[in-house]
Ligand binder design. Structure first.
Ligand code: ADP
Length: 329
């Protein structure tokens, strides 16, 4: 349905372009023939007049100043059509290129927004359904304490996921409207990372390791930095399920370097820039196994830029992705 709409838009666009070009060539051709006709009429008419007025004595009109002037005028007009036509043609080509670019952009944004709506519906619905189901099970059946605790823990994990999702949507909306209140202070990034790792490590099913240099201080916003690291860890755990994830924090001469690496599917070279765009997700919503909204890395990049830092994604060998943030010291 969506593809149909986009291709209809393009068919219409190309039809208009073909019409405009055909129209332009047709009018240039008409103008040229008119000028040529005018020139040959003038040459014929003045040529005849010369024969009459010269009283029998033969004067070759083609060697007169008047013919030279007519000829010059004709050449000037030909050149004018050619030059103005070419300029118009170039402007038109440039315009077509720009309009095509903006249609493509609009189509991509519309597709991403459609994907976002699809995914957000799923992302909100599925944890709510499972929380409901778990609560109903606890209420209806008299379960052993252990089983009850397990279900409650699962329900809490789902609530955490929902909370993270809503948090991301709110941050993205605030960034978009320039309403995000950043609060920079001198903070111990090593402690912040360690604290976060402890929270993650409570989840038994994941393989997480870290290597954190002690007492690295930076000027930053605590909430933002938590969000940056959590988004990167969540992604690594999501896209590299059942394989180890590693967080490293260290300094070199000029930078503080924070990296999160995994041994998952990795990011193809042509996607390395795009994954930081808003709503962008690799592949198609229908074919994608891991669910998400395409907001995580967009938020991470915006927050990283607020810290005047840089983020990039590299290949992790033999396979996987490594997200590297470098803060200038
Ligand atoms: P989401 O995870 O909600 O789709 P993100 O903005 O966090 O949105 O990520 C954008 C895309 O980047 C993801 O859809 C995924 O395809 C890709 N991606 C992010 N992190 C990783 C990773 N660690 N390994 C492989 N692909 C990743």
């Amino acid at each position: 349905m969506f593809k149909e709409k986009a291709s209809t838009k393009f068919v219409f666009f190309y039809l208009v372009i073909v019409y405009v070009f055909a129209f332009m060539f047709w009018w240039s051709y008409l103008l040229y023939s008119k000028i040529e006709q005018h020139y040959s009429d003038a040459v014929n008419y003045r040529g005849l007049q010369y024969e009459v007025f010269s009283g029998g004595e033969r004067i070759d009109f083609f060697h007169t100043d008047e013919f030279q002037e007519l000829d010059k005028q004709f050449k000037r007009q030909k050149l004018m059509i050619l030059a103005e036509g070419s300029v118009f043609f170039l402007i038109l080509i440039f315009g077509v290129f720009k309009v095509r670019q903006s249609i493509l952009k609009e189509v991509a944004i519309a597709r991403q927004q459609k994907n976002f709506l699809l995914s957000i519906t799923h992302e909100l619905k599925s944890p709510l359904s499972s929380i409901k189901l778990m609560n109903e099970t606890i209420k209806k059946r008299s379960l052993a304490k252990e089983k009850q605790d397990e279900l409650l823990q699962n329900a809490l994990n789902e609530v955490d996921r929902l909370e993270g999702l809503v948090e991301n949507i709110l941050i993205a909306a605030k960034i978009e409207n320039d309403q995000y209140g950043f609060n920079k202070e001198k903070l111990n990034l090593s402690e912040l990372c360690k604290q976060l790792m402890q929270n993650y490590l409570q989840r038994k099913e994941i393989q997480l390791s870290y290597d954190i240099e002690e007492n690295i201080y930076i000027e930053g916003d605590k909430i933002c930095l938590n969000s940056i690291v959590s988004n990167l860890l969540d992604n690594a755990l999501k896209y590299a399920a059942h394989s180890p994830v590693h967080l490293q924090l260290h300094t070199d001469k000029q930078n503080v370097i924070l990296s999160v690496s995994d041994n998952g599917i990795g990011v193809a070279d042509e996607e390395k820039e795009k994954i930081f765009d808003k709503f962008y997700r690799v592949g198609n919503e229908e074919t994608r196994a891991a669910k998400g909204t395409g907001l995580g890395l967009y938020i991470v990049k915006q927050l990283v830029q607020f810290h005047k830092a840089k983020i990039s994604v590299e290949d992790q060998l033999p396979h996987g992705a490594k997200f590297v943030i470098s803060f200038a010291l």
